[in-house]
Design a protein around this ligand. Structure first.
Ligand SMILES: Nc1ncnc2c1ncn2[C@@H]1O[C@H](COP(=O)(O)OP(=O)(O)OP(=O)(O)O)[C@@H](O)[C@H]1O
Ligand SMILES: [Mg+2]
Length: 228
């Protein structure tokens, strides 16, 4: 099986001179198609840094990042954004929806960027919003939705272009535990039914327990790797 993500010897230093922060100190990880993996660890252990490096939003100081057997280290910013658009869905702690766009418009945005005709993409997006439990809320703006509902829009947006991989940085950090559990149900269903690979970071033990694999990050290193 070809891995979706292969990291080898990843380090990341921030700053210069005397005040270097060694955020990542040699990470080797393989994520395979269909994995539903959580990444946990104390605040400052490097979870967001690692997710940003996998998505190509940030570059490692050393080491190689392969996405579906393509080395992304040497890709230009344009190539990286195309790779993200086509293969990777991103979900953030604070939803990051565009406030002046409706749920439907937020979700269809990437399909629009890909040049998909309006009728086709709106049909896809209406179906997706239904799947994530937001039927009837297509025309609401983010401010008219609860945190959990906004995150459902963000999940719909992340999977709209049928990515191979979804990266989620603390997707349940801003919602109550019942809503968090519902979001996990949704992610799990998308993982099983659409075979989308998920890698998400969390501080929440209940969320960790839902993963098939758990990576434990400490001081910029993988400290423990549990397979359920
Ligand atoms: N842009 C930056 N410039 C300088 N240092 C940074 C930068 N981003 C992160 N760091 C440092 O790198 C380390 C890892 O940070 P990171 O945000 O990846 O941790 P985290 O595990 O996501 O933490 P949290 O659980 O609080 O979100 C921390 O020491 C942080 O202060
Ligand atoms: Mg973080």
């Amino acid at each position: 099986m070809n891995p979706i993500v292969k990291l080898q010897g990843i380090t990341k230093d921030y700053g210069q001179g005397d005040i270097i922060v060694h955020a990542l100190r040699g990470i080797d990880i393989t994520i395979n198609p269909g994995d539903f993996t959580a990444m946990a660890g104390p605040s400052g252990s490097g979870k967001s840094t690692l997710l940003n490096i996998i998505s190509g939003l940030d570059r490692p100081t050393s080491g190689t990042v392969e996405i579906e057997n393509l080395t992304i280290n040497t890709m230009s910013r344009t190539e990286l954004s195309r790779l993200r658009r086509d293969r990777i869905g991103l979900i953030f702690q604070s939803y990051n929806l565009i406030p002046v766009l409706t749920a439907l418009e937020n979700t269809e945005y990437i399909l629009m960027l890909k040049g998909m005709p309006v009728k086709e993409r709106q049909d896809i997006v209406r179906e997706l919003l239904k799947e994530v439990g937001l039927e009837g809320m297509e025309n609401r703006f983010p401010r008219e939705l609860s945190g959990g509902q906004q995150q459902r829009v963000a999940i719909a947006r992340a999977i709209a272009s049928e990515p191979a991989l979804v990266l989620a940085d603390e997707p349940t950090a801003n919602v109550d535990s019942k809503t968090a559990s519902g979001l996990l149900d949704l992610m799990e269903r998308l993982n099983k039914e659409k075979k989308i690979t998920f890698l998400f970071s969390t501080h929440d033990k209940n969320v960790m327990a839902r993963a098939d694999k758990l990576l434990w990050l400490k001081d910029g290193k993988i400290n423990d790797y549990r397979t359920a």
